[in-house]
Design a binder for this molecule. Structure first.
Ligand code: PEP
Ligand code: MN
Length: 347
């Protein structure tokens, strides 16, 4: 349930309510809005007695949360929750662009990719150092060496790094290099991993499992939020359907549905959603028109030589076209791209 405090509630009244919530064996999650504080009291599903809270000083009203996910729900947080990322502000209505190769393959490949995507207008660099491959014989990533290359690319371009974490024991290593921890589709319901990234407090990009419902995705996000980490971006990356003309089927519906059900930012991955470079720009445009808060796009300087996902990777020139097109679509919808930090603000 949600305990909605009065606008004039004092810190000590808030603290008293939180203490009472915890005494009841419930978890208290405090959300401080511009006007008022809301305290989420989360139990294990058993009914919670609302009466004592209604009478407490500073409390305006107590409202049950009807959804199975609580902290991720719009009921808990009616406004989009803004998401600070390395000096950028995500989920303000402005569009975030994350781009880069599927995998980090070599120092020159990642440095070249980083410069190219920055020049085209990207705000963050993607690149996997630990790769979840369907076949054990496929390239598995460069591991820590790849993370060091990503750090060098960030140094060179100022772009924050988005990279995948596949196991709980990798979290402490990857947080040293990454600005955003990506949880891949295959790991969306790896609860030990969700727990670990939740505890890390590090920003997370949570990809939808290929056979997961929207509800499953929101429950996975709830795991991370319930461990005290509120910086979670959701990512629609295409789902399995009977269609074989494309690698996956981009669930464009999921974008407005998620925007209605949750306050968390919603990112679209048109690269995995389609699996073919020639369809990526069209679906990127559709995603922004449908209200996505950002895109994550695979870009490679030489897609024909890529060690993973070359067929769905854009050449830098094609990505530059995507940025121009997406900017026009955003503007048609009364939105903008997030401003890129200038070279002086780069670190
Ligand atoms: C990726 O981003 O390269 C990736 C492996 O994505 P997904 O987990 O969505 O398949
Ligand atoms: Mn990939």
């Amino acid at each position: 349930m949600m305990i909605i405090m009065r606008t004039e509630a004092t810190q000590s009244q808030i603290a008293t309510v939180v203490a009472h919530v915890e005494e009841q064996g419930l978890r208290a999650h405090i959300s401080r809005g511009a006007e008022r504080t809301v305290i989420g009291a989360i139990g294990d599903g058993r009914p919670i007695n609302r009466d004592p809270y209604i009478l407490m000083a500073g409390v305006d009203r107590v409202v049950p949360i009807s959804r199975s996910y609580k902290l991720a729900s719009r009921e808990f947080c009616p406004e989009d929750s803004t998401f600070p990322l390395d000096g950028l502000e995500v989920n303000t209505g402005e569009v975030l662009l994350i781009a880069g190769p599927c995998s980090v393959e070599s120092r020159s490949q990642i440095l070249e990719s980083a410069q190219a995507v920055r020049e085209a207008g990207a705000h963050a660099l993607r690149g996997g150092a630990f790769k979840p491959r369907t076949s054990p014989y496929s390239f598995q990533g460069l591991g820590e060496e790849g993370l060091e290359m990503l750090a060098e690319a960030r140094e060179l371009t100022g772009l924050p790094i988005v990279t995948e974490v596949m196991a709980p024991e990798q979290v402490s290593l990857i947080v040293k290099y990454a600005d955003v921890l990506q949880i891949g589709a295959r790991n969306m319901q790896n609860y030990a991993l969700l727990h670990a990234v939740g505890e890390s407090g590090h920003p997370v990009l949570l990809k939808r499992g290929m056979s997961a419902t929207i509800d499953d995705l929101l429950m996975a996000a709830e795991y991370i939020l319930s461990h005290g980490n509120d910086r979670v971006m959701l990512c629609e990356r295409g789902i399995r359907t009977f269609e074989t003309a494309t690698r996956n089927t981009t669930d464009i519906n999921a974008i407005p549905v998620l925007k209605s059900l949750t306050h968390l930012p919603v990112i679209l991955d048109p690269s995995h959603g389609t699996g073919h470079w020639e369809y990526v720009n069209a679906i990127a445009r559709a995603g922004i028109a449908a209200g996505a808060d950002g895109l994550i796009v695979e870009v490679h300087p030489n897609p024909e030589e890529a060690l993973s996902d070359g067929g769905q990777s854009l050449r830098p020139e094609r990505f530059a076209e995507l940025v121009t097109q997406v900017k026009a679509i955003a503007e048609a919808m009364g939105r903008k791209l997030i401003p890129q930090p200038g070279p002086k603000e780069m670190h």
